[in-house]
Design a protein around this ligand. Structure first.
Ligand code: HSE
Length: 310
């Protein structure tokens, strides 16, 4: 058994338009690095470096990775202390699973140090405790993809039922991160408590269509299904230039486009690399016209789990 480990867990696109709080996929980049080292004290000491490190609390109960570790240690009835260093590669408030990737990296690292006492589903539960600290909700559509890789559906929360969705080999993700922050807690507060039966029916149809489209590589069906009736109508107002950026993605060949998680990042899907790169350029250009510089991430959907760096 080792006393110290360094893990990289990557970001993710959640909701994927039609799967609010229950669908997400993993990105190849960016990611957070977690270094976890046993210490001789009975406490968790957190240090943070990297992108916007100063915005993240180092108090373990207020930190997503710290809270996930505390939850897991308490479940295992252990009282070891740990030094936890988080190197942020994903800015907080970006909509690409910043808090989830730190929480996942932390539980994955702790599990390795302890000799793998928990399975992935159990790790999810503790990573979700970390997510709760950041967003006020225990949703798993970022935590799931970050932990398992690929695309996952959370069919049920209590008990957790994680379904792995096959992803067509030629599907490309485009994620555009504008330099602008939307706090997940705030973006959840504006959501409706209730939705109408007709929009629930339509969203259910879209989610089923999207998944069947993935299974059958039916890109037309995927495209028709990428519509969000729950969050997008309210949240798009939080993102400067949203409609222009979305239109530019669709006009340039994306099969669908929407808000990544709670935003402000936006994602699009395409069926080949060339289109993906063009769409990324056009989306960035549209954000710029709306006054926002941005960064783009273009890759296939990441199939990998968190990576052990050393
Ligand atoms: N499903 C979540 C939401 C993702 O849309 O609020 C953000 O963490």
């Amino acid at each position: 058994m080792v006393d110290s480990i360094r893990i990289k867990a990557t970001g993710s696109v959640s909701n994927v338009a039609c799967g609010f709080d229950c669908l997400g996929y993993s990105m190849e980049k960016p990611g957070d690095e977690i270094t976890l080292t046993k210490n001789k004290l009975d406490e968790i000491n957190i240090t943070i470096s990297g992108i916007q490190a100063e915005k993240i609390p180092i108090n373990p109960v207020k930190n997503t990775a710290g809270k996930a570790i505390i939850s897991m240690l308490s479940y295992l009835e252990l009282s070891h202390g740990f030094d936890l260093h988080i190197k942020k590669g994903i800015p907080p408030g970006s909509g690409i699973g910043s808090s989830a990737s730190s929480a996942v990296g932390a539980v994955f690292a702790l599990n390795k140090i302890l000799g793998n006492p928990l399975n992935e589903e159990e790790l999810m539960i503790h990573a979700m405790e970390g997510e709760f600290v950041a967003s006020g909700s225990r949703h798993a559509d970022n935590v799931g993809p970050s932990l398992y890789g690929g695309m996952v559906l959370i069919r049920n929360y209590k008990p957790l039922d994680i379904i792995h969705i096959p992803v067509p080999e030629c599907l490309w993700n485009i994620t555009i991160l504008p330099y602008y922050e939307v706090n997940t807690k705030d973006a959840r507060k504006i959501l409706p408590k209730y939705v109408s039966l007709s929009s629930a029916v339509q969203q259910t149809g879209n989610l089923a269509g999207f998944i069947l489209g993935c299974i059958n590589s039916d890109f037309n069906l995927i495209s028709r299904s990428m519509e969000d009736l729950f969050a997008e109508p309210l949240r798009k107002k939080l993102i400067p230039g949203y409609e222009i950026v979305k239109n530019s993605a669709i006009e340039n060949g994306a099969i669908g486009c929407g808000i990544s998680g709670s935003g402000p990042s936006m994602f699009a899907l395409s069926t080949n690399q060339q289109t993906a790169e063009l769409v990324a350029k056009k989306m960035q250009f549209s954000f710029k016209k709306s006054g926002l510089e941005s960064k783009s991430y273009v890759s296939k959907i990441n199939k990998n789990k968190p990576q052990i760096l050393d």
